[in-house]
Ligand binder design. Structure first.
Ligand code: BJW
Ligand code: ZN
Length: 236
């Protein structure tokens, strides 16, 4: 903790990569681990393009349920500490795998979303995207422009991440002097390798997680504990 605080004091460009663990203290279920979504729901039946092609009603029921769950939730002290960091450092890049919009609701402005946003929909025919906050959406929502079937604007397994977002992320990872990897199990690519990528390009990389991950021993510091408790102490 002391070492990381000292490094932060000297940092000019900080990148933070967040995962579901950052939203856990707001009441958002994580994917893996105890109570995780993928413990009770099969990812291949719900979070792949094949699943949506086979049974769009089932996939939409899952996302409508998630929207219902997320609607009343609010950001926690971890989200707020990250928003404070954006104001503090000359350059700060927030990269998130989360689709819940809670970083933006905490006041972060510059958020690079790797896996999309659950409050956006995208047309499977004309590809137009729009914000849609209705909860629940109709069983099979359709596009206001062309009448095509809408899908959640999120990234499913086997789908490519937005190349423009990725370009900005990798540029940040190459040029930052400090990176925080927070609340992610680090098993889903390409996000999982981003800590090592930044380290290879010279950054000091610290991980904050309840438990060790496959990358803990390869990074500079691993702080075990709750993001909502550790992050506020870093911006004190
Ligand atoms: C706390 C805490 C607290 C709890 N404080 N900490 C074999 C090898 C390598 C790659 C592959 C492979 N087979 C397939 C792939 C590719 C695949 C992949 O990586 N699969 C692995 C699982 C093996 N990746 C993809 O398919 C990606 N696309 C891709 O690779 O494209 C390539 C391509 C190129 C060209 C053409 C086509 C393709 C896309 C991945 C999309 C992931 N999507 C999801 C769903 C999003 C929508 C939705 O939410 O419904 O994204 S899956 C899910 O996992 C979600 C998350 O963002 C993502 C990561 O999860 P995260 O955030 O790490 O959460 P958890 O639950 O795993 O971990 C929480 C952590 O927090 C834990 O460690 C806790 O300890 C901790 N924690 N409370 C601090 N209070
Ligand atoms: Zn359309």
């Amino acid at each position: 903790m002391t070492q990381l605080k000292e490094r932060l004091r000297q940092a000019h460009h900080v990148v933070a990569l967040t995962g579901a663990g950052v939203s856990a203290e707001s009441g958002v279920p994580t994917f893996r681990g105890e109570g995780g979504l993928w413990r009770s729901h099969r990812a291949v039946d719900l979070a792949t393009p094949e699943a949506f092609a086979r049974d769009p009603r089932l996939v939409w029921a899952f996302y409508n349920w998630r929207r219902e769950l997320l609607g009343p939730l609010s950001p926690n002290p971890g989200h707020r500490a990250l928003a404070a960091m954006e104001r503090r450092f000359p350059r700060f890049t927030l990269v998130t795998q989360n689709i819940d919009n809670l970083h933006q609701e905490a006041g972060s402005r510059n958020v690079l979303e790797l896996h999309g946003n659950i409050w956006r929909v995208r047309c499977t025919r004309c590809a137009v995207t729009s914000e849609d906050r209705r909860v629940p959406l109709p069983e099979l929502p359709t596009c206001g422009v062309c009448g095509g079937l809408l899908r959640p604007d999120v990234v499913w397994f086997g789908e490519a991440l937005d190349p423009e977002v990725l370009e900005r992320v990798y540029e940040g990872l190459r040029s930052c002097d400090l990176m925080l990897v927070i609340g992610t199990s680090a098993v889903v690519q390409p996000a999982a390798s981003m800590g090592l990528y930044a380290r290879k390009h010279g950054a000091f990389v610290a991980e904050i997680n309840l438990e060790p991950t496959p990358f803990s021993s390869m990074l500079d510091v691993s702080l075990l504990g709750k993001a909502g408790e550790i992050l506020p102490r870093l911006v004190e």
